[in-house]
Design a protein around this ligand. Structure first.
Ligand code: AMP
Length: 216
């Protein structure tokens, strides 16, 4: 399967499901999925490179944005400026968008899909995650429950709420999203690149909307 639009940005609040959709779309249309959040989580969990891991840890774990220069360096190391890409979690502010525009030059972005979800739903989704402190397996109290209440299926250990999934951190992430990231909606709207979708729906329905937009 091919689509016309292959240089894509997924924009939306944390918990809007853009990561899930990015994985599905990337697989279906063979478009490289670039998630800066995933890059950072990997650096932190492997502690490699060590200096970078310790520099970014405090930001990620507290729901704060990693400084623009660090993020842009990480992005450049994986982005093929002449190829296809699906950016998930980048840009997060106007400065990052400008850095990307300058870097891509004339051969720019085809489309920005904005995943719209009400705040209440986001808080519900983000605080539903539970993690096994031993093996790292992730559960969801609504959609992916453990077999025994609050115990890991594999380790039988009590599940925890990760620091960045706690209500206070989630609210902080949402505040930062509104202040720093929301202005990007206007930024891309002005350039006729933005398409808004209702992401307060099932994974299947959102997926079908995204596919339709990319095929247009
Ligand atoms: P995500 O999985 O996209 O929600 O990202 C997880 C965390 O990684 C965020 O809360 C930030 O701390 C950091 N992060 C990911 N992408 C960016 C970005 N573009 N700019 C700044 N920080 C980022």
């Amino acid at each position: 399967m091919t689509v016309k639009k292959t240089r894509i940005i997924f924009l939306g609040p944390p918990g809007s499901g853009k990561g899930t959709q990015a994985q599905l779309i990337s697989k279906k249309f063979r478009i490289p999925h670039i998630s800066t959040g995933e890059i950072f989580r990997k650096i932190i969990s492997t502690n490699k490179p060590q200096k970078l891991a310790s520099a970014i840890k405090k930001y990620v774990q507290n729901g704060l944005l990693v400084p623009d220069e660090i993020v842009f360096r990480a992005l450049k190391s994986v982005l093929d400026t002449n190829g296809k890409f699906l950016l998930d979690g980048y840009p997060r502010n106007i400065k990052q968008a400008q850095l990307l525009d300058d870097y891509l030059g004339d051969n720019g972005i085809d489309i920005v899909i904005y995943f719209k979800v009400p705040d209440k739903e986001i808080i519900k989704r983000l605080t539903a995650r539970r993690t096994c402190p031993k093996c790292g397996r992730v559960y969801n109290i609504y959609t992916l429950k453990p077999k025994k209440d609050n115990l890991c299926d594999v380790c039988n250990v009590k599940l925890i709420i990760r620091q960045d999934d706690k209500v206070t951190t989630v609210k902080k992430r949402l505040k930062i999203y509104k202040e720093d990231t929301m202005p990007l909606v206007e930024y891309y709207k002005k350039r006729n690149l933005l398409v808004e979708i209702n992401a307060n729906d099932t994974v299947d329905n959102v997926y079908n909307s995204v596919v339709k937009i990319l095929e247009k």
